[in-house]
Design a protein around this ligand. Structure first.
Ligand code: AMP
Ligand code: MG
Length: 491
């Protein structure tokens, strides 16, 4: 099924442990991402006709993507990593995920194929290495929604049910998610190498990361500094994208920050309805460390952990190493502010060239108002864009006054209303995965065995900038706000 060529193996067994998935009882493909499969030159499930899946092919896919059958051309492994969880350093590693291998698609891109929920590994500690169907479906839905929104993310290739129970506080159906990523190298991977391996290993690992993800920087005279800077730039871009659509990752531990700049680890993540920078959904984030508005600051902090891990190979003289690392880290606030401002300006119709101080003030006053009113983040921008009529927002005197000021400013910058709409359109999604809708379709599957609602929502979320007759029912925020909606680390 896969064209495996696992370069990670060449790093040696200090970086991972070979581990095989534990076979499951009755693997069945519940979801298979045909579009992604096609992109990756993988076999398709719908060979006969669009309406009928090829059963033999499905069984083959189920066996491969549950981990029941291991191809001859690979040796699966669990990767070692550490990380700062809520600020505290700890040893981790793939405890419920197994890397099947690196697949090379026809267009020569290299991706990790990982099975999440594939059984215990040497890093499982007390965990069972399994995952619940509900959590894997949620990850599939949200990661594909992020992809639809145009945000770098891990992808979901399939959800295979196992026919086995998973025991948490309650009894759940088990499932395995096939996850595709540029790689699973994390900030925490470097922290692992720094703390448990040698300086030579750190250099090897840094070179490996550069070659794999930032080949343009691979010949830089200081690989460590080049890597830190490249990761920083990608993270700035990623967090700005999260802020654009109201995404809260929820568990931005350093082991959940990808070196390649992709969003991943969809546990307690959720989207905001009413705008509030202090918003937190995760049940375990009691201090709001990973609140919506804290995400850029936390990304910066996580990058300082990467810098810290790289110090021994930045310079033998610690003071010099720190100074060089700081020079790179200090780029973050400036780069972030500029990218964030340009993104927010685009959300209200201004291009980068017209990002004046007045535009910045306009953004600030809008956000202040949204915060006091708990105005819906997504729908406020759609109202400005005239892509949606929200009576509640329109009836506000502040909003009407703000709109006049904004139109005047557009005029001064020579931007017509229709030009402004074109600038706004790719920045303001018509739909986001609203929490209450996500939970409702998950309930339908888990309690009623019905995938219809899930598939309908998934299909809408795959094209979130495209007007569609069915879209209106997905645009309404929950009538009573978020209430006590809480998310949990997906287990
Ligand atoms: P996460 O919350 O997904 O970032 O995971 C944190 C750590 O806990 C990682 O080392 C995981 O591999 C591990 N872990 C989470 N759930 C399980 C589980 N069910 N079994 C074994 N290890 C787990
Ligand atoms: Mg994780």
């Amino acid at each position: 099924m896969f064209n495996f060529d696992t370069s990670y193996a060449s790093l040696g067994e200090a970086f991972f442990k070979y581990a095989l998935p534990t076979p499951v009882q009755t693997p069945q493909v519940l979801l298979y991402n045909e579009a992604l499969a096609k992109d990756l030159s993988l076999p398709l499930a719908y060979q006969v006709s669009k309406a009928q899946m090829d059963q033999e092919r499905l069984q083959f896919i189920a066996a491969q993507l549950s981990g029941n059958r291991i191809a001859d051309n690979t040796q699966p492994m669990a990767q070692a990593y550490a990380g700062h969880q809520f600020g505290y350093f700890t040893m981790l590693g793939d405890g419920r995920a197994i890397l099947l291998g690196e697949h090379i698609a026809a267009h020569h891109s290299r991706v990790d194929v990982q099975l999440k929920g594939a059984g215990a590994t040497p890093y499982s500690r007390r965990g069972d290495g399994r995952a619940t169907l509900r959590a894997m479906l949620r990850e599939y839905l949200i990661s594909e929604a992020m992809h639809g929104l145009g945000i770098p993310t891990s992808r979901s290739l399939a959800v295979v049910t196992t026919g086995e129970k998973v025991y948490r506080e309650e009894i759940h159906e088990g499932a395995v998610l096939a996850r595709i990523m540029k790689s699973h190298m994390r900030v925490g991977s470097f922290e692992y190498v720094r703390h448990y391996l040698t300086k030579d290993d750190l250099l090897t690992y840094t070179r490996y990361a550069l070659n794999r993800h930032y080949p343009d920087a691979a010949n830089h005279e200081m690989p460590s500094v080049a890597l830190l800077k490249a990761v920083l730039v990608q993270q700035v871009n990623l967090i700005v994208q999260w802020m654009r659509v109201g995404f809260i990752h929820g568990v931005m531990n350093t082991d959940n920050m990808s070196i390649a700049g992709e969003t991943f680890d969809y546990g307690p993540c959720a989207f905001i309805n009413g705008y509030d920078p202090a918003k937190v959904f995760s049940s375990i984030d009691t201090n709001g460390r990973y609140a919506f508005g804290n995400q850029p600051g936390i990304a910066h902090w996580n990058l300082s952990c990467l810098a810290n891990a790289l110090l021994p190979i930045i310079d033998d003289d610690t003071d010099k190493a720190v100074a060089k690392a700081k020079e790179v880290l200090d780029l973050f606030p400036g780069l972030y502010t500029q990218a964030y401002t340009e993104m927010m300006a685009a959300k209200i119709g201004f291009n980068a060239a017209s990002c004046s101080n007045e535009v910045v003030d306009l953004i600030k006053s809008l956000l202040n108002w949204m915060k006091t009113e708990s105005a819906d983040y997504t729908n406020t921008f759609l109202t400005i864009q005239q892509a949606l009529v929200d009576d509640k927002i329109n009836q506000s005197a502040f909003f009407q006054d703000w709109l006049s000021q904004r139109n005047l400013l557009l005029d001064q910058h020579g931007i017509s209303l229709s030009q402004a709409q074109q600038i706004m359109k790719p920045n303001n999604p018509l739909v986001i995965p609203r929490n209450h809708l996500v939970e409702a379709v998950l309930d339908q599957v888990v309690l009623g065995g019905n995938m219809e609602g899930f598939n309908a929502l998934l299909s809408i979320l795959q094209s979130p900038y495209q007007m569609n007759d069915a879209i209106a029912e997905y645009q309404t925020p929950p009538p009573n706000g978020d209430g006590f909606y809480a998310t949990y680390c997906g287990t």
